[in-house]
Design a protein around this ligand. Sequence first.
Ligand code: GLC
Length: 441
Amino acid sequence: MAFPNLKVVGIMVVGCVVFTASLGLTQEIPSPPTPPQPMYKSEKIVVAMRAEFSDYKSLVPLMQKFEKETGIRIEHIDYPAVALRDNLITVLATGAPTYDVVLMDIVFIPEFAAAGFIIPLDGSKDPFIAYTKDDLADYFPGCIDAVTYKGHLYAKDYSSDIGMLYYRKDLLSDAGLGGPPTTWDELISYAKKLTKDFNGDGVTDQWGYAFTAKEYEGCLCIFNELVAQAGGSLIDKQGNVTVNEPPAVKALQFMVDLRNKYKVVPPGVVNYTEKDIHTGFINGKFAMARNWPYMWGMCEAPDSPIRGKVGMSKLPRLKQGGSTMGGWFFGIAAGSKRKRAAWELIKYLTSRESSVYMCYKSADIPYRRSFFEDPRVKRDLSWVLPFKDGMKDAVPRPSIPEWGTIKKPLWTEIAKALIGQKTPKQALNDVAEEWKRILSK
Ligand code: GLC
């Protein structure tokens, strides 16, 4: 079981970046760009996507613009993010021509490609449906790795993600703390100082830190990067299961300790998704939080109560830096009867121009070199610039078709450890046993 993505992103170094960033979101939001007239049209295109994320705010106007300019009707079917994979599989497995375009999390790509749910986008299936040379050179290598399965390109990126530490500059300074914490030990000591019961009623009003630990993909992103920071992996480059080795046990112990020993994250993190993180952070319930770049846009929005008070930095390290590589991609369903028109839409939604629009509108960032060179980005959206360097710590989750199956026992066992039902070692030994059974089939 190779681990092709581990070479990761050809995007380099930032040392200890702290970006308190210029406020990028006060500028007038440009209109969606005008798409070129497509060579191939269809009466309509059906897109399966997720609803409740930042990018939805950009994708919908882009699709409306495409519709208006091309006369192709777009029907989008929206799923909650946590239900997207299972719903897509249910439909795609039938091979019926229900969806034309599918939105995929980075981790769906090998699974869907191996199952034959999506088609290659490199001209090998249809010469019209092919990345241009220009695009191939523009996307960062880690992104091209992420969309490649058995030598073919299966998806096209519009939004990249790496985990970041958000912190309230004002609260840190009031507590006599300097810059953001850069190590696990500092994170603990900062979070202890920032966890507060203001009126002495025994109820914590402000938590030092928060992360997503509900039983879903977001929890695994946290665990994956902590394991990398501790110097380990979930599955190594040779395909060996390493999820119960000392670095992984240390990572899970750290999650457990933050909640149960130091009590610096809310006990409710076991039910948290990104929405709970951004809601709590913006409402002042958390002094620090781990989230994706999109939250910057919310923190700095004109009506945000914490605007101008937020800093964003790389995640604290243990043995080394580490940040889970996420992102969202479009593919074409194998059952689609309108593949060429679908490709025309994907090209528009993932174009350089659309990416710049998306960043103005919803603070989403593409894995494109040219984006970071764009004069509009340098002028108005300079808060994104350090990401180009910050991505050097990006660590993919295991890029294997079985990820969709093996992730479930992992999040179940993490939950058991978090609520104290099992020790981290026991929980991860159980995961390893289950993974070996599944992967040996
Ligand atoms: C973000 C990432 C995605 C990850 C998800 C977890 O959307 O881009 O890769 O799986 O968060 O919630």
